[in-house]
Write a protein that binds this ligand. Structure first.
Ligand code: PLP
Length: 287
C-alpha cells in the first residue's frame, strides 16, 4: 500500500506530494502546524489541537484554509487512507503561494494545507519508555513567540542535533536565568525529592503543549502535588525523576540530564504511572 498525503484539496501518493516552490512555508517558514497522536484507531485530543491551530493562525493572521469541520474530515480521511492504527497525523497550513516578497500577499492568495499520517510502533515506544531517554541542555536560541506553533523549527533542529551528537534524544533549552524552558519538541517536567511535580508555566517561554495540559488534568485528578513554576538545570540534576511530554512521545521518562543520572537512573514511578493513565484523560475520536 502506498502512503497518501492531502495537498490543497487532493489526496495524492505521498511520493508525489509537493507544494509550489514559492509556497511561503518553503521560502519564509510562514506557516503553522499540529501533530496529533493516533491511538488504537482514534485521533487523540483533536479539538484541543485544532483550538491551538486556530490560535496560531490567528496570531499570524493566516486564514483557515477551509472550515474546521472540513479539516477534521481530512485528518480522519488521511489517517484512514494510510491505515494508521497507531501513529501520528500532521497538518501544516501556510500563508500560501505568492511571488517572493516579505509583505503579506493580497487577500485572494489562499492558504496552503498539507496533511500526512504515519504509523509508529507502540512496542518500540514502550521499550523506549522502559529505558528512559537522555537529555542534553542547550542555550535558548529561539524567538520570543514560541507560543505559536510555527514551522520555523531551525533553532529546534540545531538544539536537537546538538543533543544527538552528545548522546541525547532530546535537548532541554536553558534560559538566561539558568532555568529549563522546554525541550526541542517536548515540554519538560521534574519530580522533586518531596514528590512534587514541577513544570514551567505556559505563559511565556514555552509552547502550551496539549500533552502537558492533559497530564496536568491527570495530576489534578490523581490529587498529586504539583507546582507550575520555572525550575533550574541544577534542580533537574537533583530531582527524583524527570520526564518530557509531547503528542509524539506521550509521557517519556528522562534518566540522564547532561550525562548525570537523575534519581536512581531508571524511569521514575510517577512518570510511568502518568504514561499508563495518559489515555484515560484524553478525548478520543474515531478516525
Ligand atoms: N514544545 C515544543 C517546542 C514542541 O515542538 C512540542 C511538540 O511538538 C511540544 C512542546 C509538545 O506539545 P504537544 O504536547 O502539543 O505535542
Amino acid at each position: 500500500m502506498s502512503r497518501i498525503a492531502y495537498v490543497n484539496g487532493q489526496y495524492v501518493r505521498h511520493g508525489d506530494a509537493a507544494v509550489h516552490v514559492e509556497d511561503r512555508g518553503y521560502q519564509f517558514a510562514d506557516g503553522v502546524y499540529e501533530v496529533c497522536e493516533v491511538w488504537q484507531g482514534k485521533i487523540v485530543d483533536m479539538p484541543r489541537h485544532l483550538d491551538r491551530l486556530s490560535r496560531s493562525l490567528g496570531e499570524l493572521q493566516i486564514d483557515w484554509p477551509m472550515s474546521r469541520n472540513a479539516v477534521e474530515f481530512v485528518l480522519r480521511q488521511v489517517v484512514r487512507r494510510n491505515l494508521v492504527k497507531n501513529g501520528l497525523v500532521y497538518i501544516q497550513v501556510t500563508r500560501g503561494v505568492a511571488k517572493r516578497d516579505h509583505f503579506f500577499p493580497s487577500d485572494d492568495v489562499a492558504p496552503s494545507i498539507v496533511v500526512t499520517a504515519k504509523s509508529t510502533s507502540p512496542a518500540a515506544a514502550e521499550a523506549q519508555a522502559e529505558k528512559g531517554i537522555s537529555v542534553v541542555s542547550y542555550p535558548e536560541n529561539r524567538w520570543p513567540r514560541v507560543d505559536i506553533k510555527t514551522v520555523a523549527l531551525l533553532p529546534n533542529v540545531l538544539a536537537k542535533q546538538h543533543a544527538k551528537e552528545n548522546g541525547g534524544k532530546e535537548a532541554w533549552y536553558i534560559d538566561t536565568e539558568g532555568n529549563v524552558t522546554e525541550g526541542g519538541s517536548t515540554n519538560a517536567w521534574i519530580v522533586t525529592k518531596d514528590g512534587a511535580l514541577v513544570t514551567r508555566p505556559a505563559e511565556n517561554g514555552i509552547l502550551r503543549g496539549i500533552t502537558r495540559a492533559v497530564v496536568l488534568d491527570l495530576v489534578k485528578r490523581e490529587d498529586l502535588t504539583f507546582e507550575e513554576r520555572p525550575f533550574s538545570l541544577q534542580e533537574a540534576f537533583e530531582a527524583k525523576e524527570a520526564f518530557v511530554t509531547a503528542a509524539s512521545t506521550l509521557v517519556m521518562p528522562v534518566t540522564r540530564v547532561d550525562g548525570r543520572i537523575v534519581g536512581n537512573g531508571h524511569p521514575g514511578s510517577v512518570a510511568l504511572r502518568l504514561r499508563e493513565l495518559f489515555h484515560t484523560a484524553t478525548d478520543l475520536q474515531t478516525a
